[in-house]
Design a protein around this ligand. Sequence first.
Ligand code: ADP
Ligand code: MG
Length: 323
Amino acid sequence: EQLANQIAAGEVVERPASVVKELVENAVDAGSTTVDITIEEGGLAFIRVADNGYGIEAGDIATAFQRHATSKIATSSDLFRIASLGFRGEALPSIAAVSRLECVSADSSSGLARRIVIEGGAITADEPANSPQGTDMTVKDLFYNTPARLKYMKAIQTELGHISDYVNRIALAHPGIAFTFKHNGNVLLRTLGTGDRLQVIAAVYGSNTAKVMLPVEAENSDYELRGFISKPELTRANRNGITAIVNGRYIRSHAVNQALMQAYHTLLPINRYPLAVLEIGMHPGLLDVNVHPSKMEVRFSKEADLRSLIEDAVKQVLSRQRH
Ligand code: ADP
Ligand code: MG
């Protein structure tokens, strides 16, 4: 069991950013309206994610740290219509296997809180606690018991870069959630949770950038598209300015990138890319997210249709803007 957790940890917990991703996605899945993320030393020393979501029932808290304990899939056919961000029940046991983890959670129905501490996979405390509604997860000394993994960690700035990138994108994906992100005491991102995506774009990229973003909206019978794209005068040196969000999940998609680039094709100089935040909604049955444990890759059932929806919508917005 402990070994299985360490093996799974190798897949799920590649670096501090993976821990932040899993904890924040759990917070989002729990219906939180505020999520506070605090890290130290690029996340290697300290990661804390505190949310105000529905919490973990006191009686379930130890179970949540067992492998494949997910409250998010009822039957195996549910795997084909996954709507929440998590679904494998691998994250918490994997993280707890390679760190010192403390979880304090109070669930919304009973109001009872419980605290559990797990060090290198072994429970060292499990007791009643006092806490406002929500879940507070602290992960210290990541990889302290897996020195081979620790050795692969890059400079603090590099790890911070990965975390910051992820936090920015999950904030862009969920403008209705107020995110705060602090590193070594400095606030790096604060969003208001008002649902205004332009506010989040301003918080992430600056208010001058937000001013040159154009709204896009389109739909066909299978897909809904909405978001913002940059005017062609605002270009970037790489594709990192493209954020694709599929059913609330930030993903990397070659198909989405291609469709966008195709639409900007004649407008951008060579080797320049647009900035875009595109949210794509669809029936979960049209989406296969079960490609990789990190859940970054997806497959679309009707990829060609989606590509033309994006390409046409973006082209239309860009040409309207030039007239
Ligand atoms: P998954 O997200 O795939 O279900 P995890 O290992 O990430 O698996 O979490 C296990 C379970 O713990 C979740 O299914 C959920 O019930 C509970 N849980 C974890 N984090 C939170 C949180 N922040 N708020 C409420 N419940 C949580
Ligand atoms: Mg999860």
